[in-house]
Design a protein around this ligand. Structure first.
Ligand SMILES: Cc1cc2nc3c(=O)[nH]c(=O)nc-3n(C[C@H](O)[C@H](O)[C@H](O)COP(=O)(O)O)c2cc1C
Length: 77
């Protein structure tokens, strides 16, 4: 993580949130995320915009630099 120029997180949405293992990883590597540009990509039955918003807030707390565009992919089957 330290050597990465930027981070792309691709996550499903479950009940308006992102999965707990992802939060665990974010918390565990707390200092590694500082200053990294972040692209948040979500997917789900409705695209995952709710978990994208939550993740963006947490990323701010981790001093990351989330980009404005947050693609949400709607699963069709
Ligand atoms: C328990 C559960 C809750 C879900 N909640 C949402 C939701 O809030 N919004 C959404 O868009 N999709 C929701 N989905 C659909 C999943 O995001 C979708 O099926 C996704 O493809 C699951 O990713 P996975 O196959 O990698 O586990 C939910 C699915 C499950 C099983």
């Amino acid at each position: 993580m330290s050597s990465a120029a930027a981070i792309v997180i691709v996550t499903p949405q479950y009940n308006w949130g992102y999965p707990a293992p992802l939060k665990n990883a974010l918390d565990h590597l707390y200092q590694k995320w500082t200053g990294k540009p972040l692209v948040i990509v979500t997917y789900g039955g409705h695209g995952g915009n709710k978990c994208a918003a939550q993740l963006r807030q947490v990323a701010a707390g981790l001093h990351m630099r989330p980009v404005a565009t947050m693609p949400g992919i709607k699963r069709t089957k």
